[in-house]
Design a protein around this ligand. Structure first.
Ligand SMILES: O=C(O)C1=C[C@@H](OP(=O)(O)O)[C@@H](O)[C@H](O)C1
Ligand SMILES: C=C(OP(=O)(O)O)C(=O)O
Length: 456
């Protein structure tokens, strides 16, 4: 395993608690978007030249992808600091023909990293074995391997779980596939494999999900045709054999990370917080749309387009909230934000019903179960079914006082620390270390706006 190249972690690890805090205030920059950071490294490594990425998120998940790119033959190094959102650093990736790595590629906790790189490895024709941590080993990989096998790939795995070995191939065949679930990871893996396939691959995406791979492939000079399917979805066509031309990338702030300080501002009385430079691509902004429907005092300020992506500063003030019904078809645009939405909903007046959540069962943890248990332990009222979660808000802070099991899940950890900022008694989490997978500056950012968090 290659050790990720990281700046020193400033994170608390082990048991951490969050305590009732005074008004949160001030402005902070959102960390770089995790999805776009992974893609910048992978596409840069597949391209012919040098890609400079400004504002790359230096979180564990992304650093694992960088290490995998090096193992596959590319150069991927940090190249000075400054310039990106949050003063993020600049990374230089130099592409090269990929080679089969000597050792297994270890992607830690990252579903995005492992699934996208599986597709890219298939497209590049090389062999690789993939592995991950205990959480990633429990997540389904068949959803990616099945379409890749339809393209002619040979793999070995046990029940579609890691470790998985992809065999070298002498060329894949294009496919015509319909996505079984609205997964950008699966869509992206197929697109990356299709680059090395003979013919035109056609993907039917019945429900739109994040389109960063498509946007970035276009920026790298790849021709890609999209067409509405007439029912809210679309078809994507991509011809194999196209070469990627390196380009420079600027990574916008991550709306999934910004969700935590925004939520904290809404539930801590008298707060007024601005998170700057956040990506507000509609395919990622469902959380903010839902907050507005709940009556949240949030505004998108200084909205602009940066590198083809809409970006805004999000200002959030403490708000009296009401429960809402969150429609199932909104799930793809806020899939990672349900745990923090559930915490916000526990503070609203009335019931919030969230449906279409089946994918939450196969994330870093079973997020429906973790949220329900964490809320119940801290005086909240939640119920769930296979694909739904209902939170009865009490219009007041949670009682708190209990420890939440995070099950190797960064979003569960951050969500319940936010809950503790408003609760009567502190909320404790069993392990803060996973927060580094997506938001290594979480504690710095939260304490800079006045949040009280520290070792339990
Ligand atoms: O493509 C991506 O970057 C991601 C897609 C989503 O996963 P699915 O594709 O499994 O829905 C999301 O949950 C994940 O955090 C990042
Ligand atoms: C689901 C997530 O990430 P991944 O699938 O990349 O592990 C997440 O960040 O919430």
């Amino acid at each position: 395993m290659t050790a990720p190249q990281a700046k020193p972690a400033r994170l608390a690890t082990g048991r951490v608690e969050a305590r009732r805090s005074g008004p949160l205030s001030g402005a902070a920059s959102a960390p770089g978007d995790k999805s776009i950071s992974h893609r910048a490294l992978i596409l840069g490594a597949l391209s012919g030249g040098e890609t400079r990425t400004t504002g790359l998120l230096e979180a564990d998940d992304v650093l694992r992808t960088a290490a995998a790119m090096r193992a596959l033959g590319a150069e991927a190094e940090r190249d000075g600091t400054g310039g990106g959102p949050g003063g993020g650093s600049v990374w230089r990736v130099t592409g090269a023909p990929w080679r089969s790595p000597e050792r297994a590629l270890y992607l830690g906790n990252s579903g995005t990293g492992v699934r996208l790189i599986m597709g890219a490895v298939a497209g590049a024709g090389v062999a690789a074995t993939f592995d991950g941590d205990v959480s990633l080993r429990a997540r389904p990989m068949g959803r990616v391997l099945e379409p890749l096998r339809m393209m002619g790939l040979e793999t070995s795995d046990e029940n579609g779980r890691l470790p998985v070995t992809i065999e070298a191939n002498g060329g894949l065949k294009a496919v015509d596939v319909k996505l079984a679930a609205p997964s950008a990871q699966v869509k992206s893996a197929i697109l990356l494999a299709a680059l090395g396939a003979e013919g035109v691959t056609r993907i039917h995406e019945p429900e739109l999900c994040r389109d960063h791979t498509e946007r970035m492939l276009s920026a790298f000079g790849v021709d890609l045709a999209t067409q509405p399917d007439g029912e809210g979805g679309r078809f994507i066509e991509i011809a194999g054999g196209q070469a990627l031309v390196s380009c420079d990338i600027v990574v916008p702030g991550d709306p999934s990370s910004a969700a935590f300080p925004v939520a904290a501002a809404l539930i801590v009385p008298n707060s007024d917080v601005t998170i700057k430079g956040v990506l507000v691509n509609p395919l990622r902004a469902g959380f903010y749309e839902t907050l507005r429907e709940m009556g949240a005092d949030i505004s998108f300020e200084n909205t602009r387009v940066e590198n083809g992506e809409p970006v805004a500063d999000i200002r959030a003030r403490h708000s009296v909230l009401r429960g809402v019904e969150v429609p199932a078809d909104r799930a793809p645009s806020m899939i990672d934000e349900y745990p923090i939405l559930a915490v916000v909903a526990a503070h609203a007046h009335g019931e919030t019903m969230m449906t279409g959540l089946e994918e939450l069962r196969v994330k870093e943890s079973d997020r429906i179960a973790c949220v329900e248990a964490g809320l119940a332990a801290n005086g909240g009222d939640a119920a769930s079914g296979p694909d739904w979660l209902r939170v009865r808000g009490q219009g007041q802070p949670l009682k708190g006082g209990a420890m939440v099991k995070t099950h190797h899940d960064h979003r569960i950890a951050m969500s319940f620390l936010v809950a503790g900022l408003a609760s009567e008694k502190p909320v404790e989490i069993d392990d803060a270390s996973m927060i580094a997978t997506s938001f290594p500056d979480f504690f710095d950012l939260m304490t800079s706006i006045g949040a009280e968090m520290g070792a339990a």
